[in-house]
Design a protein around this ligand. Structure first.
Ligand SMILES: [Zn+2]
Length: 188
């Protein structure tokens, strides 16, 4: 996996780039949650669930199928006052689905471990993308604070943080431009 930091950076980027400006505080917490929760499947190691198992690490919980149901759950529980298929409700559904799915997709760009069960539950094959420039992150905190952890972070700065920064900058410019245009149209 890329580090937890990089997964949450993707969530913040998606929110900053695409979310309406008046989203409530819980929106950000839930975006973070969706971006990292697939890795809760590492618990499976201590429960004796093998890595390659359907419920093993990078298995079902890393699939877009899981993300779809997670998104439905989040919108119906945490945004129960928003109508599910209104404009705002649809945005939340798609947003949380994509942020949660981004986790498995980002993992499929890493160069280690087993691949990701992107098509689960229909197919338990573990996939990597043919181009995998992201160094796989060590799982434990101690390993993460080693030289290897530093190499991983430097690598992620290039392949995840930098593109995210560009996306946020472009979105800020576009939103600023649209705001000026709108103000110009509404002034006499
Ligand atoms: Zn993962």
């Amino acid at each position: 996996m890329p580090s937890v930091i990089s997964h949450t950076i993707v969530a913040v980027t998606a929110g900053k780039a695409f979310a309406p400006e008046d989203v409530p505080g819980r929106f950000w917490f839930l975006a973070f949650f969706c971006s990292v929760i697939p890795d809760a499947d590492v618990i499976g190691f201590s429960l004796g669930i093998p890595y390659h198992h359907f419920f093993g690490h990078r298995g079902f919980f890393h699939s877009p199928f899981f993300s779809f149901f997670l998104s439905l759950f989040i919108v119906s529980v945490f945004f129960s006052r928003v109508r599910m298929f209104s404009e705002r409700g649809t945005f939340y559904l798609v947003f949380f689905f994509l942020v949660s799915s981004s986790h498995g997709i980002l993992d499929a760009f890493t160069n280690g471990g087993l691949g990701i069960a992107l098509l689960a539950p229909f197919d338990n094959t573990r996939y990597f993308f043919p181009w995998a420039p992201i160094k796989v992150s060590p799982l434990g905190i101690r390993a993460f604070l080693s030289h290897r952890g530093l190499a991983v972070i430097t690598n992620e700065m290039l392949w995840v943080w930098l593109p995210c920064l560009v996306i946020v900058a472009v979105s800020k410019l576009t939103r600023g431009f649209l705001r000026i245009k709108k103000a110009g149209q509404s002034s006499p």
